[in-house]
Every structure is written in C-alpha cells, then in structure tokens.
Write a protein of this length. Sequence first.
Length: 176
Amino acid sequence: MNLAREAFQAILLASEPNPALIINRRQDILLTNRAADRLFSTFCAKPLPDHPNIARLLISEDGFRRTILNWEAVTFLVLDRIRRELANLISRTAEDEDLLREILPTISQLRSQPNPPISGEVLLPVKFRNSDKSLNLFTIIATLGTPVDITLQEIRIETFFPADKASQTNLTGLLG
C-alpha cells in the first residue's frame, strides 16, 4: 500500500493547480492536494472534520450547502450516484449503511421538487461562490485499471477543472 500511496501523492501533485482528491466508494476523502485544501478552506463554511466525506459536506450547513449556487443539482447527482453504487454492492459495511441512511432523505426531498434539479445538461459544473470568490468547475473521476488488491478497487481520483476562463484565472489565484 505504500507504493500506491506514493503514486496517489504523485498524481495529486501533478494535478495542481487543479484541485484533486483521492476518495473511496463512500466518497470519504483519503488524500488531497494543496489546491483541494484551498478549495475546501475557501468554500466550506467551517474547517473540514477529521474524516471528511463529500456527501456529508454537501448536505451539511457547515459544508458546501451555502456556497454551491447549483447545490440542488450537484447534490442530487452526487448522492444518487453514491446510492446506486452502494445499492449494487454484494455486501455493504455498517459505514455504507450509515451513509445511505443519512443521504436518502435528501435524495427523496430533491427528487420530489416540482422542478427537477437536473434539466438535460450534458456536463454540470459545480458553481462555487462566496462573498469574494467564484469558481465554475467540472470534475473527472478516474478509477484504477486492473487493481489486484481489493482495497484499491474502490479508490477513485477526482480532479476538478475550470469550466470557463474566469474560473481558470480564479483557480490559479486561489493557490496564490
């Protein structure tokens, strides 16, 4: 696992100035690069908890809920993807079950809105905004090819990219 960790850290470093993180199937954040740390510190309402999870950061008032302009659409897509992936597992852990219990009410609430949160977009940018900064980012999620270790099968690398020129400039400035 040390070799895998070193490889992940090299990928994260090479991804800058784009924020990148290593996550597992529940979207627990395992590793981040400096750009992701700056993104979180700029747009999260409070400092990250010890064991951050993307789903929990999306649904929490202390996370991204107030700083993502298109929160409903982004949250619905992320939570529904997690729900589908965990539902398809042959055996789920207690942590999987706990996360499902936490996210299902939000998925149901978003699904029951009169106007669906998603309206035919091909690519949905995450529109971050706080009092003095804004970023429109899209993500690419990569998985490892042919992992032979069971723990590596659930690992994903998520990298955020600017969706427009202004965001590219603002993202570079975020690292200062």
